[in-house]
Design a protein around this ligand. Structure first.
Ligand code: AMP
Ligand code: ZN
Length: 668
């Protein structure tokens, strides 16, 4: 390729990838598979490395780019970043409104959610993101440009061309509830204490030194303020349309109103239903909508006079510790769990609260029977924030951590803050390993859950993973309440798992630090599990996304004979262990349910039913909540109407149905 063509190629890739990024993060859909996206990204990486003369700060590759160490420099805000006047009472809001009425005559108010994150100022010059700074003291903040570049919902270059040459866009950076839980789960697994508040975690993340790590945390951003000259809009609500067209995420749940009644209704509604949002809010912000009115009102030293935040009160919920249970994990880790008097927190009923480890229990000074204060609001995972010592019972005993494993009586060993049962034959650990192996993201063997495993274990039929593939009909029948019909289903499900794609097997082994994503990555690089077993440390770490810790964990796991034998045995039972399984048999319509209405023209309904079932799907005769698709033929009946009333049921005509069946057959 000559130089010109390379340049063209790089441009094309950048454009494509930016477009996919936009689709994916802004419109929640994607035309390209993750794999193809990665391939394109890699290609671009490679070309950019080889031809540095085509460097471009807005390249999609730089979102996950380099280590950076030099951004601790402050950033001086050209326009001050204000805070907001807070109130917790409706009365104060009314007073505020009366006061502003004296200065402006006709105005409307816009109510937005108050996102509980870190405020950010994004500077765009000629449409390019050049700087990003935190609020700091309002005059100067911290320069976090490189980290902000990793946030997919912040455009590196504005879309369209209707923007002034200099713009400051302000908004909030936060972690979604889902991400926060995920980060904490990972921390707990690796022996660290969980973070206690998503806002602090988001703030800490923004200041991290390692951009790759920031990228992994998947921060989100919603913007709500535009500062610039010659703006093509004059109200807050209009600005959202422009911001969205430029490529930002903007508030979606705002209302425009004036009457107190409407505003209070909005406040009460979100106070009640905030737990349904995928991110945290800590109140409502009410703003004067018109820029002209805003400038008449102006600012105090600290906050705009044209806005006020109504903050929700954080409630602590009191409950009692009923009993303390110690759970034994798959790796032998012992986790204390408080069973409490059930209470509702943010719409969910709480019966158990994790106490993490001995250190936490001692720090909180928890005694048996204590009255505990659980946190509401900020957190999704309930957490003990305080002990009400005044209500402590006389002669209450402090909690002492177990000395012996609750499952096998083996003496526990301490490692960092955690206690472990190191007994290789510990029944709890064995069952947990099997539980993990059959779980949905692993081998996905439906019907074999915690309870069934326990029963089979007690009867002596299932004490190792490999025993799963030895189970016979008679074994199941001997368990109270299991009938022949169920047995057939369970055996079929076990059989089916042999044809899983091979990343499931890797994940199912439960190698520490090897999650679903890494398992998939590994199958891309090793055609079968034998190659993975003999992979060198260097080979492993050369794979994008696999660092020292994971590589070491994989090496250690396969250096143990017992583990290698386990894999060999599983393979002997016919479980797929390669990228290219022979005789691949799977059920592409697994878990999907159909209902037919009307007369089909290409085949009888019975034949259609057989086709669906041979691909693993289910067919119902009547409409129910399990249906995913309705296939509509000629002279259809009332089933269609019923389906239309239900959400999430897709309506297919016969042609599309046929296409799906043909397509899935090929896949099979
Ligand atoms: P506080 O941190 O309590 O002083 O509240 C002020 C902060 O609320 C601002 O600096 C913003 O970061 C944040 N905030 C969250 N949502 C909004 C919103 N919709 N409009 C304005 N500020 C918001
Ligand atoms: Zn044990």
């Amino acid at each position: 390729m000559d130089h010109h063509n390379i340049k063209k190629k790089i441009h094309k890739l950048r454009k494509e990838l930016s477009e996919y990024n936009y689709q994916y993060y802004m419109m929640d859909h994607s035309e390209i598979s993750d794999y193809d996206f990665d391939q394109k990204l890699k290609k671009l990486f490679f070309l950019e490395k080889k031809y540095p003369e085509f460097y471009d700060p807005t390249s999609p590759t730089l979102r996950i780019g380099v280590d950076n160490t030099s951004y601790n420099d402050p950033i001086h805000h050209q326009y001050k970043m204000y805070s907001l006047k807070n109130t917790y009472s409706k009365k104060e809001f009314i007073i505020w409104k009366k006061r502003i009425k004296k200065y402006i005559s006709s105005f409307s108010l816009i109510c937005e959610l108050k996102y509980d994150g870190v405020s950010i100022n994004l500077i765009y010059k000629n449409g390019f993101l050049t700087h990003a700074g935190t609020r700091g003291d309002g005059i100067k903040g911290e320069n976090v440009t490189e980290n902000v570049r990793t946030i997919p919902s912040i455009p590196l270059q504005l879309r369209g061309n209707k923007y002034p040459p200099y713009l400051e866009i302000r908004g909030e950076i936060f972690l979604s509830k889902k991400n926060f839980i995920y980060i904490n789960k990972k921390r707990i697994k690796s022996g660290k204490n969980p973070y206690s508040h998503p806002r602090n975690t988001a703030s800490g993340t923004l200041k991290m030194k390692n951009t790759q790590e920031v990228y992994k945390r998947s921060l989100s951003c919603i913007v709500y303020t535009v500062i610039g000259n010659h703006l093509p809009f004059h109200t807050q609500n209009k600005s959202f349309q422009y911001l969205q067209n430029w490529g930002f995420k903007v508030p979606k749940k705002f209302i425009l109103g004036f009457k107190n009644k409407d505003i209070f209704q909005y406040i009460d509604y979100w106070n009640k239903w905030k737990h349904l949002l995928s991110y945290h809010i800590d109140g409502i912000v009410i703003k004067v909508n018109e820029y002209k009115n805003q400038s008449i009102l102006g600012y105090t030293n600290k906050y705009p006079r044209w806005a006020i935040a109504y903050k929700f009160k954080q409630k602590l919920s009191e409950t009692n510790l009923l009993k303390l249970k110690f759970q034994v994990g798959r790796t032998g880790i012992i986790t204390p769990v408080a069973h409490v008097r059930p209470i509702k927190i943010s719409g969910t009923k709480i019966k158990k609260v994790a106490l993490y480890n001995d250190h936490f229990i001692q720090k909180m000074g928890i005694h048996y029977g204590d009255t505990l204060l659980l946190e509401k609001g900020g957190n999704i995972i309930p957490k003990v924030t305080k002990v009400n010592v005044k209500k402590r019972l006389k002669n209450a005993y402090p909690i002492n951590f177990l000395k012996k494993c609750p499952s096998c009586d083996h003496l526990l060993t301490k490692n960092k803050k955690f206690f472990f049962c190191k007994n290789k034959n510990c029944p709890s650990q064995k069952r947990k390993k099997i539980q993990h192996f059959v779980s949905e993201k692993a081998m996905n063997i439906k019907g074999i859950g915690k309870k069934m495993i326990k029963k089979l274990y007690q009867k002596g039929y299932l004490s190792e993973i490999t025993d799963l593939y030895k189970l016979k009909s008679e074994d199941f029948i001997k368990i109270y309440g299991v009938k022949k019909k169920l047995t057939d289903v369970l055996l079929k499900n076990i059989e089916k798992s042999k044809y899983n794609s091979y990343h499931r097997l890797i994940y199912a082994l439960g190698i520490p630090h090897v999650g679903e994503y890494i398992s998939k990555k590994l199958t891309e690089h090793f055609v079968n599990i034998h190659f993975l077993i003999s992979a060198s440390y260097d080979h492993l770490t050369s794979i994008l996304g696999i660092g020292k810790k994971i590589a070491e964990s994989i090496k250690t796991y396969f250096s143990i004979d017992k583990n290698k034998n386990l894999v060999e045995k599983i393979i002997q039972y016919g479980v797929n262990f390669t990228q290219y399984p022979i005789n691949k048999k799977f059920y592409p319509l697994e878990g999907k349910s159909f209902v037919f209405t009307g007369k089909l023209s290409h085949m009888t309904r019975n034949i259609a039913k057989n086709k669906v079932e041979s691909l693993g799907g289910r067919v119902f005769n009547t409409v129910n909540n399990k249906i995913h698709f309705i296939v509509v033929g000629k002279n259809f009946g009332s089933k269609l109407e019923k389906c239309m009333k239900k959400k999430n049921i897709k309506i297919l005509n016969e042609d599309i149905f046929m296409k799906i069946i043909e397509h899935k057959k090929k896949e099979k």
